[in-house]
Ligand binder design. Sequence first.
Ligand code: AM3
Length: 507
Amino acid sequence: ASFTILDASINDVESRFSQEHSIKRSGFPHGFLFGAATSAYQVEGAYLEDGKSISNWDEFCHSKGCGENGENGDIADNHYHLFMNDIEMMHSLGIKAYRFSISWARILPRGRFGEVNPLGIMFYNKIIDNLVQKGIEPFVTIHHEDFPQELEDRYGSWLDPQMQDDFVHFAKICFKSFGDRVKYWITINEPNLVAEMSYEKGNYPPNRCSQPFGNCLAGNSDIEPLVVMHNMLLAHGKAAKLYHEQFQAIYQLLSKQGGLIGLVAHCFMYEPFTDTNSDREAAERALIFNVGWSFDPPIFGDYPQEMREYHGNELPRFSQEEKEFMKKSIDFIGINHYSAIYAKDCTNSSCQESANRIIKGFVEITGERDGVLIGDPTSMPRFFVVPRGMEEIVDYVKTRYNNTPMFVTENGYSSPNVQDVEVEEILHDIKRIEFHQTYLASLAASIRNGADVRGYFIWSLMDNYEWTFGYNVRFGLSYVDRKTFDRIPKLSARWYQDFLKNNSLID
Ligand code: AM3
């Protein structure tokens, strides 16, 4: 019923799509999970309610003003109070899975130095129970950016191996409390991006970088991203071992649903800037330094050889015992994919940003070649619309990891910023529909070629707090009114609803 206001505009969309853009639900395998995603800090709000403590993002936003115009996630989408409405919205969309994250500071306000907060457990129990009741699969990210600030203050969070213990303690409580109903677990969201944004570029908390600029603090960006990633990967490995050994089998016996556990990485597709050996190698290297850095350890038990060659002893090492439990510590690979970008070798010249040396392996990135952009721009810098990138990245991951099961855990579009856009214009989001149609067509092609992809999540269910960009970068299928918190489905929501019913707009 909530979609009726937009019924009229759907006709406008129909005329815009040609036959080759037509992609239908039936073009995907039968049990393929279509869903939408959010994360706790970006939607929940209620930042100090019912026993939740201050998280690293609360602290960062309050002390420095984290988003544009000083916006923060104190209230966000008020999902903490409106979750029933939101689950109803998912149900009417017809999605079969919902990916969300658990606020660590709500469950364990003082990490492993304090008690479990029963009200936190209760909140996620209500979400999970209501999802299950509506036939929507809960897809739970245990850690997505936010953790209790106390862990930062006490020992420096991910820079210290103690954070692994805190994470495993948290994960265990989640498995115990929710594991009877949750079949899909993601340990950590995008550790590779956290290493870059928090310890290299310094724009996410704790804002560390080696050449202080803006608000960032002096750190050692040559080493810290590597250390932080190492601690995150080990935290993942230990939690996965615990899940595999103590929970998976029991839940299998009890409810015939053992559950699967995976890790999610931020996966750009890199294409060579020029058709030269050095740029072709640069594109390959950027993939290895991102995808390989994230998934080689939990699949093969160690970092890629190429990274060892570049970083030498600065790249931490796994002990023999660690290699053993890291290996095969994931049941599925989560790919967050938004964009492709050109990669240009900077081994012999000096790379412009240190991130391009450390995080990308001496690769400069650019979205422009000979004055032509790689794809349409979006409101996120360096995110372009390049549908072929989806097939390319999935194929790369498929080949590198021998077709380990994959999920596209995020894919989405934020419209370019236009001054004073009318709400009407935001709701009439034809570009977002086109984005999803073309990226899905590209994904379907890789599945036809044998890629074992099992689901696709749109980022995001609704407009939300986009980290340092605040509320103006809108990825949602629904518009959120910042004053009333009303959710208004955009045309893309109507499109997704139709798509899931296997109707194509051009039928
Ligand atoms: O907000 C999320 C989406 C949208 O943009 C989500 O929480 C994240 O998991 C994910 O990373 N998302 C996202 N990323 C933008 C990050 C900026 C990276 C810029 C790097 C440029 C090379």
